[in-house]
Design a protein around this ligand. Structure first.
Ligand code: PXG
Length: 451
């Protein structure tokens, strides 16, 4: 038996994968990725596959970044671990806190570290509750989030998330409430995008009034929904959300686990949309995916109150501010700065990517091609005039995903929406490669669905 088959057998027997149908996996066999360079990943057979999902929305600087690997290695050799409890810390954790504060909007100057985006969202709930308790408003405990949002898979993260298929498998927290998503293509009906954006944002106001303003702590949303299908809200949406949060004194949380660190050509999407969140949740690209690290950036108005409380904020993880993860993040931020990646995305890479991506709208299978920064989505439809979908038994998304792999491209299928988040360092030529492969995969998908 080949080494590959042995690994696949062991995998099938011993490894429960996240978000995976194991019957389907057993018949398909796991694909084992063995190496990667630049924006390409390789399986055992050595065919390059263009990774238009940056790992899982995280390897924004591409693969093979020896500077990050070396920084982690040097830190592990000098001090592999020490905690940041009990009035201790380590140098990388301190330096990273300063760097992240500088990168964040001006009203944000402190950070709390976690190991993941899910824990970042748990942490922002802990901070929200603590803040309102300290402000003598102990009833403010409710968090409002959105249907089809994604905020992770801990109990709090999954409760915040609005994925109905996840809620069917566990009991969510009862103090989390959901409003609709600003998904114009799917749910906009006859409204213009602007009118729809306003209407959906105003659901927040209605929900606050329904639940009682004295009971609501915070509203959380991804600036652009990632896992939900790269849903770009109409231009009217974010200004109205900000107005409502200001008006009712509700904490605003931007979950930037996907949007942060240059994805939209700004350090954070909050700067792109000109919103003023009280918390920014981050993870993923902060280390270019090289080490697990997440956290919450906290506004001065919240952190001043929590710091001044006079007793412990009783929250933390063993690995909050792990020195090797912080060293990876520092090396990542060094590259972002040295190679001027955020500016390049804004002025060059994203405009070119957007131009090419929009051309996919001409394909017979595509009802809409939308993009912003270095995020793109296409809606697969059976009928381009009416935007009618394929019937369930024909579902185009999974077919298209497989066809992409066949032609050497990783795109993610979110139902009937294909999404990409390519590495920010992708060149024009590689964007052309991405476009050509996507078109080819769409042709093959159309052909298979016809048969
Ligand atoms: N918030 C957002 C906005 C995310 O996208 C998390 C929180 C949770 O982060 P952790 O590190 O706990 O996974 C995420 C994660 C997908 C997919 O299929 C997306 C994520 C994770 C796994 C799969 O698109 N996003």
């Amino acid at each position: 038996m080949s080494h590959l088959s042995t690994l696949q057998q062991l995998d099938s027997k011993h490894f429960i994968h996240p978000f995976t149908d194991h019957n389907a996996l057993a018949s398909a066999k796991t694909r084992i990725i063995s190496r990667a360079q630049g924006i390409y990943i390789f399986e055992q057979n050595d065919q390059p596959i263009l990774d238009a999902m940056s790992g899982l929305w995280c390897c924004n600087l591409g693969y093979g970044r020896t500077e990050i690997a070396d920084a982690v290695s040097a830190q592990l050799n000098q001090l592999a671990f020490y905690n940041s409890f009990f009035q201790c810390t380590t140098e990388p954790a301190v330096l990273l806190s300063k760097r992240l504060s500088d990168l964040a909007p001006a009203h944000i100057n402190t950070v709390f570290y976690t190991n993941s985006g899910s824990e970042a969202n748990d942490t922002m709930i802990r901070f929200s509750h603590r803040y309102w308790d300290l402000k003598n408003k102990p009833n403010k405990k409710i968090i409002i989030s959105r249907k089809n949002g994604y905020h992770g898979s801990t109990i709090a993260g999954a409760s915040l998330g609005g994925m109905s298929f996840m809620h069917q498998q566990f009991k969510g927290l009862d103090y989390i409430h959901h409003i609709d998503q600003p998904y114009w293509f799917g749910e906009g009906g006859d409204l213009t995008p602007e009118a729809f954006g306003l209407k959906i944002a105003q659901q927040l106001e209605q929900k606050i009034l329904e639940l009682g303003v004295d009971n609501v702590a915070a509203f959380v949303a991804e600036p652009i929904q990632g896992a939900g299908g790269v849903i770009i809200p109409p231009a009217t949406y974010w200004p109205e959300i900000q107005r409502i949060c200001d008006n009712y004194d509700i904490l605003l949380v931007a979950d930037e686990v996907i949007c942060g660190f240059g994805r939209l050509g700004t350090a954070f999407a909050s700067q792109y949309f000109n919103i003023k969140p009280d918390f920014i949740c981050f993870a993923k690209a902060v280390t270019n995916g090289y080490q697990p690290l997440g956290g919450v950036l906290i506004s001065d108005r919240v952190s001043d109150v929590v710091k001044a409380a006079g007793d412990d904020f009783a929250h933390g993880f063993t690995y909050s501010g792990h020195p090797a993860s912080c060293a990876a993040a520092l090396a990542t931020l060094d590259i972002l700065e040295k190679e001027q990646i955020i500016e390049r995305v804004k002025n060059d890479t994203a405009p070119y990517f957007n131009k090419r991506w929009q051309q996919l709208a001409e394909h017979p299978l595509v009802g809409e091609a939308r993009s912003i920064g270095m995020l793109g989505a296409i809606e697969l439809v059976q009928n381009k005039t009416t935007n009618a979908r394929f019937p369930d038994e024909q579902a185009a998304g999974p077919v298209c995903r497989d066809k992409c792999v066949e032609v050497g491209l990783i795109m993610r299928a979110v139902g009937e929406t294909m999404v990409v988040a390519p590495p920010l360092v992708i060149s024009h030529q590689e964007i052309d490669d991405l476009f050509n492969k996507a078109w080819q995969a769409l042709d093959l998908t159309a052909q298979q669905l016809k048969e």
